[in-house]
Design a protein around this ligand. Structure first.
Ligand SMILES: [Zn+2]
Ligand SMILES: [Zn+2]
Length: 242
């Protein structure tokens, strides 16, 4: 079925606008957050060197070689074996994720998933992963929002994936917390719900900020016998200068 008369009517009565240039969005673009041109121009992959340990763009926090300053100086280690991401958490990428997570704009998941699909698949192939999974929201939050944003993005990428984790403890919104409190906040909030013994796992999440969430999820998977965990996110938050 094509673009029906009701949708056409909705377009006229409740137009939506491109978040970048302000143009009215019509037809299939109605549910996107930006017009085709702006989307292509602003939903861009980051092509620079990423820290071997935490994935942070090295040029934005130079350490040595393939290490960022923070990993180099702190010698910190995570439970996951590496991080890759699509783009930097800013501009249209930040806006689109925010719409999906907090504004109940579900259709934007399709646009995000389609965009990151190739990158995600090649990261999975490169690391010879057995299974792709995601960092879930709690059942409670899923009910309130109507969906789990990471699950919806993955559906749109066309990859096969499985839900391996359950979030059993509701946590405060991470974005509002300081780094050290983040770690405490998400401690022991995940549970493994399928057999992961000996598996190489790709753990998908929407945004990588301090790594506290991905680290806790990876720890839970490792403790259940997972062999390797590789993290892939849509976006990466650049560390503010201290
Ligand atoms: Zn535009
Ligand atoms: Zn690093």
């Amino acid at each position: 079925m094509g673009w029906g008369i009701f949708n056409l009517l909705a377009d006229v009565l409740f137009p939506s606008y491109c978040a970048v240039c302000g143009k009215v969005l019509i037809g299939k673009d109605n549910y996107a957050v930006a017009c085709g041109n702006c989307w292509n121009e602003h939903f861009k992959a980051y092509k620079g060197v990423k820290c071997l340990i935490c994935g942070h763009p090295v040029e934005k926090l130079p350490g040595s070689g393939n290490l960022c300053k923070r990993c180099l100086e702190s010698g910190r280690r995570f439970y996951f074996e590496g991080v890759d991401f699509f783009g930097i958490y800013e501009g249209l990428i930040e806006y689109a994720i925010h719409e999906l997570k907090f504004e109940k704009n579900l259709p934007v998941a399709r646009f995000i998933g389609r965009e990151i699909s190739k990158h995600l698949k090649s990261f999975a192939t490169k690391n010879r992963v057995d299974v792709i999974t995601f960092v879930p929201v709690s059942e409670e939050r899923k009910k309130e929002r109507g969906y789990d944003q990471c699950e919806e993005i993955l559906k749109a990428t066309g990859v096969n994936f499985k839900k391996l984790l359950e979030k059993t403890v509701e946590t405060e919104r991470q974005a509002t917390l300081e780094f050290f409190r983040r770690k405490e906040n998400i401690k022991e909030c995940f549970e493994v719900i399928q057999n992961v013994k000996g598996k190489r796992i790709l753990l998908f999440d929407d945004v990588f900020t301090t790594g506290a969430t991905a680290n806790e999820a990876a720890k839970t998977l490792k403790e259940a016998g997972a062999k390797k965990v590789f993290v892939f996110t849509v976006a990466y938050t650049i560390l503010k200068k201290e």
